[in-house]
Design a protein around this ligand. Structure first.
Ligand SMILES: Nc1ncnc2c1ncn2[C@@H]1O[C@H](COP(=O)(O)OP(=O)(O)OP(=O)(O)O)[C@@H](O)[C@H]1O
Ligand SMILES: [Mg+2]
Length: 595
């Protein structure tokens, strides 16, 4: 991928970095300053080494000349030993403290970003989750965050600690011999030219590689989540192929990335070699002309060994920052997700008195450009009535139910509850007045009691048991190993489909809301449980306005109104008897099922 407008990208990068600093990093300014102090101490110790080596010659000259070699070595050990070890201890302690502090800053920054990202993603429009796979969302919390942590640490360490060390060591070198140091300072910057041209290639490589990671996460979770399908349909080989293709693509993209990255170190190595040759030649000249001692040259050569890894880290820092910025932009993108389904200005809480629900000329499409999923829907339910929706699969029944709690907003027309437009009341109050049992039951990996308890905050254990009894779930729950405290497993995997559905119904019963939305609430039940629950649901729907979707017409016979949805439109409406008499779509369905 190429940057079409690098200057614009640079501006955006700057804005992102400024925002990261302002909203996340700057609050750790105290820790950062403390870390900086230890970075400075560390840098000073490194310069201390260089100074010590260069002074070793003068120290030796200062010793009385007639002493033997072993005596000289002994005296040196007595003087230099404690000095060097002292410096080492100070360096080691500073290194440790500085490392812990910078890690603490990076990790708390990441935690805050994760909290914001999750808060924002959860409050995003429901459409985000149907549009973007959960794998790609998860990948931002896992992969992007790891990359950003690395980039933050490298930036603080390389731009703080290493740069300070480089400056201090160069200072000590200049103090030792400015001419030899100047030579090094002329040779090393040559590396920058190829590095700059490399960095843009690397950012492209890294963006490609990271989006591939999102794809793999998605496919893995699909594959493992669909384990039952994969096994029973013998799809292992297909899945192998699908993932192998992705793994190979990852291999290809990462190899490209690391191959380009690998060019940096050898370039540094060669430059280092050139610097050493230059130093030796110039050093011999300087020593011979009496300007410096051999110890000074040794000190400068030694400093090169100290500097090389730091310079190398600086050389690759840009790549790491580029990768980090790419990750940061995906993180901010999620944080900046602005929901469009929100409280209107001045929205008042919904007050349900009778429970009348009206749809007037409602139309809806999932995506602009898609055909409408619903058009010209007008209907009204009096408080306490049951409206049943039937019709062919894909007719728009679930879509219609989704509009009531405003999971999606209608594109045209309006929906009112007791005369209040649902777009004019607060979302919280709207949703608090509804209980939904959907086609796909959602259970969290928690206890049975907790899963039912989500229906109403603060529900007591007795309330939960009462709801479970009404939903014909109490008996199977008490038969579970830990009864109501049994963990249901991820997604409720330890329960049968019918058991999951009864828990979902118990949850809806507990909610005790005036408007009830049942989407195929009994589809996974055997005939006996269905009869039991049918009873429970009928009792439940007394005095509540109920929207019921059912494929089994036995369930809808007793409804006050039956609406047949076909292709997003109301094809027929009436009661069971009137629709049978009309002899249309409903009559055909009924003939098939009730024969
Ligand atoms: N999230 C979505 N994004 C785009 N299109 C969607 C989405 N959900 C449903 N659709 C489309 O909208 C149409 C109506 O779907 P809907 O789920 O409302 O049908 P349904 O009547 O509930 O069917 P079923 O009886 O099979 O549950 C279908 O054509 C479907 O492809
Ligand atoms: Mg449906």
């Amino acid at each position: 991928m190429s940057d079409p407008a690098p200057t614009k990208v640079k501006g955006q990068d700057r804005a992102m970095i400024a925002r990261l600093w302002r909203d996340y990093v700057s609050k750790h300014i105290g820790t950062l300053l403390l870390a900086a102090i230890f970075m400075i101490i560390l840098a000073a110790t490194q310069a201390g080494y260089v100074y010590l080596i260069s002074q070793a010659g003068q120290f030796l000259e200062g010793l009385d000349t007639p002493t033997s070699a072993s005596e000289k070595a002994y005296t040196t050990a007595i003087f230099i030993g404690p000095l060097v070890i002292g410096i080492t201890v100070v360096a080691a302690v500073s290194m440790y403290i500085q490392n812990v502090l910078t890690n603490k800053i990076a990790l708390s920054t990441i935690r805050d970003l994760q909290v914001d990202m999750f808060g924002s993603a959860q409050r995003a429009d429901y459409a985000l989750f149907t549009r973007e796979g959960s794998g790609s969302l998860v990948s931002r919390f896992v992969n992007d965050v790891t990359i950003l942590t690395g980039a933050l640490l490298r930036t603080m360490n390389n731009l703080g600690r290493d740069l300070l060390t480089i400056i201090a060591v160069i200072g000590a070198m200049l103090f030792t011999d400015w001419l030899l140091t100047a030579l090094v300072l002329v040779i090393y910057p040559l590396i920058i030219i190829p590095l700059i041209s490399l960095s843009r290639t690397l950012r492209g490589n890294s963006t490609d590689a990271q989006s591939q990671v999102g794809i793999i996460t998605e496919q893995l979770s699909e594959s493992f989540g669909g384990a039952r399908l994969v096994k029973t349909y013998g799809l292992e080989d297909d899945q192998d192929q699908r993932l192998e293709k992705s793994f190979s693509e990852r291999f290809r993209l990462y190899l490209k990335l690391v191959t380009n990255q690998a060019r940096v170190d050898p370039m540094m190595e060669i430059i280092g070699g050139i610097a050493i040759v230059g130093l030796i030649v110039a050093g011999v000249w300087r020593v011979t002309s009496g300007a410096v001692t051999g110890w000074d040259v040794a000190a400068i050569l030694g400093s090169l060994a100290l500097l090389a890894p730091k310079l190398r880290a600086l050389g690759t820092l840009n790549n790491v920052i580029q990768e980090g910025l790419a990750a940061l932009s995906r993180i901010f993108e999620l944080i900046d997700q602005k929901p469009t389904i929100i409280d209107a200005p001045g929205a008042a809480p919904l007050t349900v008195s009778k429970g009348n629900v009206t749809f007037s000329d409602v139309g809806f499409a999932y995506e602009k450009g898609d055909g409408p999923a619903l058009s010209d829907i007008s209907l009204s339910a009096k408080g306490g009535q049951t409206i049943a929706f039937v019709g062919p699969s894909g007719g728009g029944k679930s879509t219609l139910l989704n509009l009531l709690p405003r999971l999606f907003d209608a594109a045209s027309g309006e929906i009112t509850i007791d005369g209040q437009n649902i777009r004019g009341v607060t979302l919280d109050s709207l949703r608090a007045n509804m209980a939904l049992v959907s086609q796909d039951v959602t259970l969290f990996d928690d206890t049975v009691a907790a899963n039912i308890g989500f229906g109403r905050k603060g529900a007591s254990h007795d309330d939960i048991t009462a709801a479970a009894k009404q939903a014909a779930a109490h008996d199977f729950i008490t038969a579970l190993p830990q009864g109501y405290d049994t963990k249901v497993g991820p997604g409720g995997a330890r329960l049968s489909g019918g058991q999951r559905q009864r828990i979902a119904i118990a949850r809806a019963i507990l909610r005790d809301a005036p408007i009830l939305l049942l989407d195929e609430a009994t589809s996974a039940l055997d005939a006996q449980s269905e009869a039991q629950i049918q009873d429970a649901l009928e009792r439940l729907s007394k005095g509540r306005t109920s929207f019921v979707i059912a494929h089994r017409l036995s369930t809808v016979r007793s409804a006050d109104h039956i609406i047949v949805l076909d292709n997003g439109r109301i094809a027929e409406r009436g009661t069971h008897d009137s629709l049978i008499q009309d002899g249309g779509l409903y009559a055909q369905l009924a003939a098939l099922q009730l024969s």
